[in-house]
Design a protein around this ligand. Structure first.
Ligand code: NAI
Ligand code: A1CAB
Length: 276
């Protein structure tokens, strides 16, 4: 899809790091002209990279250029939000705001920007290849058309899932936001085991990636639950049984659930530290 430059909204990104790059890449690939994208980042290397790769306009510090933005995307670390927002606020009170920051509550964003039109999202890094999923929450002041605008902005990065309560985003953060790291952790473990069993790390990686990809696709296409699909792999007294019995003896499932609850608690804590 291509947009005509005059009708394409102008978007300003505050912070031009990993997450901003993932979203910018999707927008540019799907036809948003670089001239309609403004990125504010104090880091000169980030600015040079984004100008070169996407043809965006960049700013080293907040100025009146930001008032051109129909929507502002907040993509700084939660710890940097307050410092980043203060100099931008005079220029962005009339805009729609989309945040990808973990933990920072929409109250805090509305207060810091002077705009009640705030959508919070929690994307994940597969957004870089268009296979992410973002949890989304909109404050009541956000219109249906603006929700659709946010969906269109995020569409090139993958799927979206709206939640009705803002607190649900802490769970989304623990699941899909941090989730790619759990999958990589699992793949690393499989690769380490492969080496212990005499395969090369490369062979281990090939087998692990194909297994993850295949099992995920099977679960997606099947009408059965993941539990039933697991049982189908597990012959009584067989190899999978031996593996799963060991995982259960080590209480890996309970440990995993505890780990995700810790991530959710940390997301809440960030909100308490940096939100209102
Ligand atoms: N990395 C991930 O998997 C995910 C990250 N997030 C959230 O995305 C946000 C950004 O994370 P990343 O892109 O990974 O971080 P990053 O460190 O790659 O990018 C942050 C950027 O902000 C810039 N910056 C610092 N101070 C600034 C200021 N005052 N004004 C403007 N720009 C400033 C930095 O120079 C840097 O380029 C975080 O709030 C994080 O919670 C959300 C979902 C997933
Ligand atoms: O670890 C973090 O805080 C961010 C949020 C989700 C993924 N990375």
């Amino acid at each position: 899809m291509t947009h005509d430059a005059p009708t394409s909204p102008t978007l300003a990104f505050i912070g031009g790091g990993n997450m901003a790059t993932a979203i910018l890449g999707g927008l540019v690939r799907s036809g948003t002209p670089g001239a309609n994208l403004i990125v504010l980042d104090p880091n000169a290397e980030q600015r040079a990279r984004l100008e070169r790769d996407f043809g965006v306009r960049t700013l080293a510090a907040a100025d009146a250029t930001l008032s051109e933005a129909d929507a502002v995307v907040w993509a700084v670390k939660p710890q940097s939000f307050r410092d980043a927002a203060a100099p931008c606020a005079p220029f962005v009170a009339g805009a729609l705001h989309l945040s990808v920051m973990a933990g920072i509550r929409s109250d805090a964003i509305a207060q810091a920007t002077g705009s009640d039109r705030v959508v919070r999202s929690m994307p994940n890094t597969p957004a870089l290849i268009g296979q992410g999923i973002s949890g989304l929450y909109a404050r009541p002041a956000v219109s249906a058309a603006e929700r659709a605008q946010v969906e269109a902005m995020l569409a090139p990065t993958g799927a979206v899932l709206w939640v009705a309560q803002e607190s649900d985003l802490d769970a989304v953060t623990a699941l899909s936001g941090s989730g790619p790291a759990y999958v990589f952790y699992f793949i690393e473990s499989m690769m380490a085991a492969a080496e212990r069993m005499g395969l090369s790390a490369e062979q281990g990686k090939q087998l692990a990636l194909a297994t993850f990809g295949g099992a995920t696709e099977l679960a997606r296409r099947s009408d059965e639950t993941p539990a039933v699909l697991r049982e189908r792999v597990t012959s009584k007294g067989g190899t999978t049984y031996a593996a799963l019995t060991t995982l259960d003896a080590r209480e890996v499932k309970a440990g995993f659930i505890e780990a995700m609850l810790a991530a959710q608690a940390r997301a809440r804590e960030l909100g308490n530290e940096f939100g209102r």
